[in-house]
Design a protein around this ligand. Sequence first.
Ligand SMILES: Cc1cc2nc3c(=O)[nH]c(=O)nc-3n(C[C@H](O)[C@H](O)[C@H](O)COP(=O)(O)OP(=O)(O)OC[C@H]3O[C@@H](n4cnc5c(N)ncnc54)[C@H](O)[C@@H]3O)c2cc1C
Length: 379
Amino acid sequence: MDYYDYIIVGGGASGLMSAYRMSKDVFFDDKTILILDKVKKNSNDRTWCYWETENDEWNDIASASWKNIIFKSELYKTKESIAPYRYKMIRSRDFYTKIFTHLKTKPNITFQLANVLDIQQRAGTAEVITTDTIFKTKTVLNSILFNDAYKNQTKYPVLQQHFVGFFIRTKKNYFDESAATFMDFTVAQKGNTRFMYVLPYAKNEALFEYTLFSKELLPYDHYKSEIEKYLKDKNITDYEIIEKEQGSIPMTSYKFWKNNSKNIIHIGTAGGWSKASTGFTFKNTTNKTAQLIKHIKEGKSLTKFHKVKKFWFYDVLLLDILSKQNELGASIFGKMFQKNHPNQILKFLDEETSFLEDLKIQLKMPIWLFINALLKRIF
Ligand SMILES: Cc1cc2nc3c(=O)[nH]c(=O)nc-3n(C[C@H](O)[C@H](O)[C@H](O)COP(=O)(O)OP(=O)(O)OC[C@H]3O[C@@H](n4cnc5c(N)ncnc54)[C@H](O)[C@@H]3O)c2cc1C
C-alpha cells in the first residue's frame, strides 16, 4: 500500500509529537498514518530543556528540574527562583520510548524506516519520494530540511546556536542541584556571543555545554578545550566524561512556513518552530502540534496555519544586531537580566507577554541598538 491519509516525514521531536497527538484523538482512529524516518530513534541524541509550571504533559519523563536559574555576565550575576516555573530536562531516549510504546497500541499508525529524498505537491495530493517507494497522501507533515534555501537567502541573517556538551561525573559531590546555569557569559567572548550552559542533575553529575550564537561553527577541539578550561577554572579536575552531545540549531527569521502548500505543512525546525533568537523549540513544538491537530480536524487550509506575531519581528531585530555585531550578545542579555526578573524574560521568550510588558523589557535593553536596527530594516 502506498496511500496513507497522513504521512509524517521525520520521526523526531515534532513528527513523533504530532503522531502522539493524533493517536490520542479518536478523530484519527479510522485514518491511516505513516511515519517515515531514516533511523529508529531510541538513543539520547539530544537533551531537551524548557520551562513550565510544576505539572506539565511531559512530567513523567523529565529526568531533572530546577527551581532556580543562574545568569552570569561581566555586567550582572544573579541566582533567582523562577517559581511557578521550573526549568526541566528531558533525555530524548525517554521521549522516544514513551511515544513509541504508546504508538504500538495503535494499529492505524505505522512506522517505516526510509530515506526520504523529496516531497512534492501534486494536483490535489502530495507525494513522498523515498529511495524505494513513492507514497501518496492528502496531508504531509514534514520535519526534514531538504535544502539550504534558508541559508541561501540574504533577507534574514542566519546564525547558528551551536554547541558541544559533556556530561561529567566527579569523584566527590560538587554540584548544587538547586540551580541550572541558563547562561554564563563570563567565558572569553572572542568577538562572538559565547556562554556556558550548566545543568547539575546530581550532586556529582552535570552537563556542561559550551554554546555560541554565531555564523560559523568551530572545530570540535575548540569547544572541548573551552569546557576543559571552564572546569579547571572551577577546580573540577577529578571527573570522567560519561556522555557527549553536539548540536547546531538555525537561528533565523526566514519564513520557513511560506513553503507550506495545499497538502504539505512543514513542522519543527523545518517549519520555523525554533525560536530565532534562542533556538528553543521543544515547548513551542508541544504547543504547535496541539494547535496543528486541531487545525487539521477543523479542515482548515494548511497554508493558513502559521500566524506571524510581533515576536517574530523582535527576533528579526536582535538577529540583525547579532549578525553584524556578534560580540554584543553578552551585554544585551546582561542588561536584559539586570533590569528584568527572569520570570518576565521567560514569559517574553515564550511569546506570552503583552505589548506593554514587551515595552518594559525592551526599554531596559540598549534601546538605540534596536532603534538603529529598526531604521535599517525600514529604509
Ligand atoms: C543536541 C540538541 C539539543 C537541543 N536541545 C534543545 C533544548 O534543550 N531545548 C529546545 O527547546 N530545543 C533544543 N534543541 C532544538 C530542537 O528542539 C531539536 O532540534 C528538535 O529535535 C527539533 O525537532 P524536529 O522535529 O524539527 O527535528 P528532529 O527531532 O531532528 O527530527 C527530524 C527527523 O528527521 C529524520 N530525517 C532527517 N533526514 C531524513 C531523511 N532524508 N529521510 C528520513 N528521515 C530523515 C531524522 O532522523 C529525525 O528523526 C536541541 C537540538 C539539538 C540538536
